[in-house]
Ligand binder design. Sequence first.
Ligand code: YNC
Ligand code: MG
Length: 404
Amino acid sequence: SYKFWQTQPVPKLGEKNEVVEEGPFKIVDIDQVPKQPGPLVDGFEWVTMDLTQDSELKEVYELLYGHFVEDDHGQFRFNYSVSFLKWALLSPGWTKEWHVGVRATASRKLVAFISGVPVELRVRQKVLHASEINFLCIHKKLRAKRLAPVLIKEITRRCYLQKTWQAIYTAGVVLPKPVSTCRYFHRSLNWQKLYEVGFSPMPRHSTVAQQIRNYKLPEKTSTKGLRQMEAKDLDAVLALFKSYMGKFDMAPVFTKEEIDHWMLHKNDAPGDRVVWTYVVEDPDTKEITDFFSFYGLESSVIGNEKHNNVRAAYVFYYASTVGLTSTPPGENEALKTRLNALVNDALILAKKFKFDVFNALTLMDNSLFLEQQKFGAGDGQLHYYLYNYNTNTIAGGVNRSNNI
Ligand code: YNC
Ligand code: MG
């Protein structure tokens, strides 16, 4: 019955999809926003985490490692790496006020967390100065005690204090009320391992050998002019990103600094790399005609004899000049051909970097390549939500690092 959510500035679940005038549900008077956090249950206290300190980052890592999102059968749990958390939580414009923890007063143990980072989010023609809320996590021993609403109200207060009146967030659960719902698709890179951990079933009448053959990939990429993105490509990638994202209902509006942050791998230890971005440089004109990116995120495998983790790569952003010449999205043969070539190369590269599976959501132009590249529908859904913004249904979500 959504005791908490029905008090919040979000649409009601049952409401008909009438066309609404898009805008905030409420205008907040900053003078009415409490300057101090609300009360917490006895024995616990609010803390602002300093994630520039490796020790505090490690505490968030440990909390999520043991208690963050699992699949429906409790077989897998996301294992966000320390470098991933740095990437996701210390993005341009970050503020430590939005890295909110709850500690047990006596032991100092971190038992809950919620975070936000700023994002300029375009919803159709309007650009919202929003926060992106992620990594809400409560220790398993403190579940079902109505702590989640307390955390959500606290991050809301802290967003309001920074004059941020809207937020975007995603969840696997249904809440009032999704603006968009996407499905997960998975493309096996290491079928045998996925089979052994219980992620991929053996299709009827198939064999291990047949499955391996089915997912076999060429050794080398095929797109002429494909190479890793470098700092010198920032302006070109930003321009391509801007024009390509223009065809979708909802998308972040990135600055050059944000493209730099989200696309360009910064020097972590080799095993800690988070994001891979490739560009296509036309051999004749030297023009950057396309780019694609993917990020890496492990899941822990719970209780398997042979394997501890599954290494997944996730389709992140991409753009192609091919896709700019015709509309509407989803009806473009030339783009379909191009994206299939690019994604096939992405699969080859991800395989080379030892990923076991390549994941994608049903958003952007992904429907143009999912089937041909042998992605299969998963059982997971991802719902997209906007806080304090009434909007008509949006086709496709927005691809962010919080696709959970
Ligand atoms: C969820 N994922 O419906 P009602 S996603 C939001 N997002 O409220 P309790 C959620 N709300 O129905 P528990 C939610 N899951 O009574 C549950 N709820 O209105 C609602 N799991 O609270 C739920 N991380 O404390 C109910 O439940 C109320 O102890 C129940 O805690 C929930 O990061 C949770 O899946 C999820 O750690 C913290 O189960 C816990 O079960 C847990 O009794 C594993 O809560 C990890 C996990 C969630 C990942 C994510 C996005 C979060 C978005 C939060 C909403 C942000 C709103 C915008 C704020 C800024 C505004 C501005 C400006
Ligand atoms: Mg609770």
